[in-house]
Design a protein around this ligand. Structure first.
Ligand SMILES: [Zn+2]
Length: 323
């Protein structure tokens, strides 16, 4: 059971043990860092509890084939906005009706820390005496923001951050990315606050834009390069900065005869960009752009920081190659 969950061996053992005891009327709190797979695991667990054969993985029973879209015995709240009283009322209504298709019912309360105080107290009414055959799963990356009276009623299931390898595997198996792109996205997402699962498409789009930016660094005039930066939307600037630094780093590595790069699929293109630059001086230029990441944490305007890096690195980019 729960074999589709990648990583999280301790969590799997904990949940499997409860499943084997067939104890369904439980309230859980799945907690741990963002992007560690709490919500996905909550959904997989719900699917398994509702499954006719209690397997869930690769199962085609009536319940599994209806999960998650139209399953009458499954409810998820809290995915988009703060959880308000009206949302908890939906949980109350759902909890008053017996299971329809499966032998039990499951509620996932995502972003449970976003619940208002009034809604928390209403939720407490259900959790104080949960109806038989009902499972409630609160999902949160900030457990301390949940009322102590709610928290104390939950079985605590702790998630640790995914390892880089597990993250790459999740990106491949759940999102369908090929290994080279999954490796790149895993590298960006691991150990950072970036929700790479939600922003994967944006990162790949801006990688192409970053390659365009870096490849023109030497021949494009300073004003044109500044215009290039201005065309990047304010909300996307952090992604653009990340990808420019990543592309520049790989160009610098390749020009210095180091093959251990992240953008393996762009190796030839990046090598070509490097052939136009002075390898030693370009390392210094990468340093100026890497400084922008530090500015980001100081809340300095990123567009402005990028332009500063551009001006400071310009003499290094224009250095001719040794003949
Ligand atoms: Zn099934």
């Amino acid at each position: 059971m729960l074999n589709s969950i990648i990583g999280h061996e301790k969590v799997k053992i904990q949940l499997d043990t409860i499943l084997q005891r067939k104890e369904y009327n439980r309230t859980y709190m799945f907690y741990g860092p963002s992007c560690s797979g709490k919500r996905t695991t909550a959904f997989d667990y719900a699917k398994t509890i509702l499954c006719d054969t209690l397997t869930g993985d690769d199962c085609n029973c009536r319940s599994c084939s209806m999960f998650v879209r139209d399953h009458p015995d499954f409810l998820c709240i809290g995915r988009d906005e703060r959880i308000k009283v009206a949302d908890v009322d939906r949980v109350l209504d759902f909890s008053e009706v017996a299971p329809f298709l499966s032998n039990s019912k499951v509620v996932v309360i995502d972003n449970a820390d976003s619940i208002t105080w009034e809604a928390s107290n209403r939720l407490l009414k259900i959790l104080e005496e949960p109806p038989k055959m009902f499972t409630y799963i609160l999902v949160t990356s900030d457990p301390n923001s949940i009322l102590n009276t709610v928290r104390s009623r939950c079985i605590r299931v702790e998630f640790n951050a995914l390892s880089q390898m597990d993250m790459v595997n999740v990106i491949m198996s759940r999102m369908g990315f090929e290994p080279v792109k999954a490796r790149l996205l895993g590298w960006i997402g691991h150990g950072s606050s970036v929700d790479i699962f939600a922003r994967a498409g944006k990162y790949l789009k801006y990688r192409d834009i970053a390659v365009d930016f870096v490849s023109g660094m030497k021949n494009r005039g300073l004003i044109d390069s500044m215009d290039f930066i201005d065309k990047v939307g304010k909300n996307d600037m952090d992604v653009f900065v990340d990808m420019v630094i990543l592309v520049m780093t790989d160009v610098a590595l390749l020009s210095n005869k180091i093959e251990n790069i992240i953008n393996l699929d762009l190796r030839d293109d990046l090598k070509k960009i490097g052939s136009n630059l002075n390898a030693k001086a370009f390392v210094g230029a990468v340093g100026w752009f890497s400084q922008v990441k530090k500015d980001q944490y100081l809340n300095i305007n990123l567009s402005h920081a990028m332009k500063t890096a551009l001006i400071k690195s310009r003499p290094l980019i224009l250095v001719e190659q040794p003949s």
